[in-house]
Design a protein around this ligand. Sequence first.
Ligand SMILES: C[S@@+](CC[C@H](N)C(=O)[O-])C[C@H]1O[C@@H](n2cnc3c(N)ncnc32)[C@H](O)[C@@H]1O
Ligand code: SF4
Length: 402
Amino acid sequence: MADGATAAAGDPGFGLYVHWPFCLSKCPYCDFNSHVRDSIEQARWRAALLRELEHAAAGSAGHRITSIFFGGGTPSLMAPETAAAVIERAATLWRLDPEAEITLEANPTSAEAEAFRGFRAAGVNRLSLGVQALEDDALRALGRQHGAAEALAALRLARRVFPRVSFDLIYARPGQGLDAWRAELGRALEEAPDHLSVYQLTIEPGTAFHAAQRRGELVVPDEDRAAALFDATQEVLEVAGLPAYEVSNHARPGQASRHNLTYWRYGDYLGVGPGAHGRITRGGRKLATRRHRAPEAWLHLVETQGHGTREETVLDADLRLAEMVMMGLRLSEGIPRAGFLRELAAEPEEILDPARIASAVEAGYLELDAQALRATMAGRRRLDALIRHVLEGATLPAAASA
Ligand SMILES: C[S@@+](CC[C@H](N)C(=O)[O-])C[C@H]1O[C@@H](n2cnc3c(N)ncnc32)[C@H](O)[C@@H]1O
Ligand code: SF4
């Protein structure tokens, strides 16, 4: 089912992503573009973000922004004036939908009432809080600087200040049992969330957890246990009225993250700030943009040349197909036929190998009907393999190859 918030005419929306690359400490599992610094020149960073926004607007004027997302890193460490200035400038450079969803990611360690009220006054109307776990031992093992009580206090404060609040949990943690996880999810639900992001712990190369795993000091649940934990998550949250609308995201009807839906529906979005990615259709071509990742290098480039763009490439039809399938099959609503027509000027049957589609449908992993191509719950459990299967043997008709 499409989410009510953005279902209008299948319009995927147009988002603005703003990256804040700083954190108070580096978590041992995290490979996001996040860095610890002794001090940050807030005014300088604010000026640079505004400058890069101006540059981005030059190639995308006239759009109506349906969402803004301040991600990180820990954007709750940003001065609220910076969020205010970015939102204000965005509203002058583009048209800002009066109903725009404006999300800020926050870490419970930097959850101060005054700052939260400052972000709310700036126009932020949705907070996404990195709770991660509701057990102190688990939080310590994840290298978090906060305990469960602090996380819950931050959550309750957030709910008093922001109209919409979501929080993140991480599962498939070392030694995590099924019953304990079900109980923890139950406690999370007692907080009456409208939206929950529940991520399976991934051991990313280059992280401290990766090194510990290689030394044999960190053991995470095997594939079967992780799958059982995934299934338990789906079941508990579905019964509680927060079905998965995406592999890791659960919401009450109408409460899905509109910004993230724009990504998964393969809509256009701009990305500003270090390492930010964007997808923008210009002159009939879809471009992928990427900014310099290192914070100081990005800052220097913006100050000297007006933007920190590292790469801007045209996405050919093969890449557009691959990206749309990788994103869209994550969603329970799947990829609407209108999406194939918009991006590739063809129906899925004209592009995908019929034998492969039939075998995945037969196995219960995929559905293709008058509305959409979608992965079933069983398909979403083995999504990477399913995506490879669907993309293999695809052929693009001439109309799609532009
Ligand atoms: C970029 S972080 C921003 C939130 C904030 N910095 C915090 O940590 O509270 C977004 C989310 O990604 C998730 N995450 C980061 N690394 C992960 C990993 N290796 N495995 C699973 N989830 C991860 C966490 O749940 C985190 O809240
Ligand atoms: S998980 Fe969040 S707080 Fe921890 S390093 Fe990553 S972005 Fe920073």
